[in-house]
Design a protein around this ligand. Structure first.
Ligand code: GDP
Ligand code: CA
Length: 326
């Protein structure tokens, strides 16, 4: 096990990868891990480029994450945000802490001076040393928007709003008719992304949101083909336990694309690689073990294990279960 590649969103992908690194440190100390991160949640805010999932992975693996929140920095203050609000600017529902702002300022400065997002990410990682190669899925801006099914505040049914506004401001409680991933169809995988998949020994789809995190990465042109072509085993970990999204509102996203919120349905949504899908194997929670026969019948080698990422030992054990599957 030399090269492991993970296709991650924010919190779920970051926490899983932390356990993966802890496990590999014991069983395969010279393994190299690449994390390909969703950039569909990226946006411009107050003139700054914000990359929520890249930052969550970078801070989590670099020891700079606010553990309770799962995003942002610990011991934050909000003096700059308050000043921006005093001008009547900014988005009251999206917090930019003072420490976190420094990351966005440095990133935006690099981008404005001609760096690609990959180069800016590499630069930021020189400080955080996440212990993985962190790659944005694409250097082109891709932004997930949602189409509202109802009127809310100054928005009208049929309007599109940025995914983060729907997710953070409205907690995904406003009905939507679908997602539109602007820029995705014409995007190009960032340097190293396709090779990290085709040349890996193991590819993991961690317990990240299957629609707006993993699903977005999978829709970058070339990524699905790379997953089909790789000689690596492709293993997924269910983000759904006992019919519910463990943290967050992934159930609403699944419902919007017509997939039931359970470990079996999400496994079948990714599909068996032997049958045109992506998965060689699928790890589900113990409480969902009743789904194992149906998964095996669909051609997906599956097993059940505790999948709550409550602490580092539990998450490390999850990574061990993934490796045991292959
Ligand atoms: P985001 O970009 O910050 O929303 O993070 P991700 O897309 O990487 O992951 C979010 C998803 O991770 C949630 O919707 C949950 O379904 C899943 N998740 C979060 N915590 C856990 C956990 O402890 N165990 C499992 N199996 N899934 C989890
Ligand atoms: Ca995200």
């Amino acid at each position: 096990m030399k090269r492991v590649t993970v296709l991650a969103g924010g919190v779920g992908g970051a926490r899983f990868t932390r356990g993966l690194l802890a496990h590999l440190a014991v069983v395969a100390p010279d393994a190299a891990v690449t994390v390909i991160v969703n950039t569909g949640d990226d946006m411009w805010l107050d003139g700054l480029r914000i990359c929520p999932d890249l930052d969550t992975v970078m801070y989590t693996l670099g020891g700079g994450i606010n553990e309770e929140q799962g995003w942002g920095r610990p011991d934050e203050s909000r003096r700059a945000s308050a000043e921006i609000a005093a001008y009547g600017r900014g988005w009251s529902w999206f917090t930019l802490g003072d420490l976190d702002l420094a990351t966005h300022i440095v990133r935006t400065d690099l981008l404005r001076n001609g760096s690609t997002l990959s180069q800016a990410t590499e630069f930021l990682c020189r400080r955080w040393q996440p212990g993985v190669r962190l790659l944005p899925m694409s250097d082109q801006p891709v932004e997930t928007h949602v189409c509202l099914a109802e009127n809310i505040d100054d928005h009208t049914a049929g309007d599109y709003i940025h995914f983060e506004e729907w997710w953070v401001r409205y907690r995904a409680r406003v009905a939507i008719t679908g997602f539109e991933q602007r820029g995705l169809a014409d995007s190009v995988a960032a340097p190293g992304v396709l090779a990290a998949i085709t040349e890996a020994d193991l590819v993991v789809l961690p317990p990240s949101n299957p629609v707006v995190s993993v699903g977005t990465i999978l829709a970058v042109p070339g990524v699905r083909q790379a997953l089909r072509a790789t000689r690596a085993r492709v293993v997924g970990v269910s983000p759904i336990i006992g019919g519910a999204a463990v943290r967050g509102m992934a159930d609403v996203c699944l419902h919007t694309i017509g997939v039931e919120t359970n470990a079996l349905a999400v496994g079948l949504h990714y599909g068996a690689r032997t049958n045109g899908g992506l998965l060689d194997a699928w790890l589900i929670d113990e409480t969902d073990a009743a789904a194992l026969p149906a998964l095996l019948h669909a051609g997906i080698h599956s097993a059940a294990a505790p999948l709550w990422m409550t602490d580092l030992p539990a998450t490390t054990a999850m990574a061990a279960a993934v490796l045991a599957l292959v």
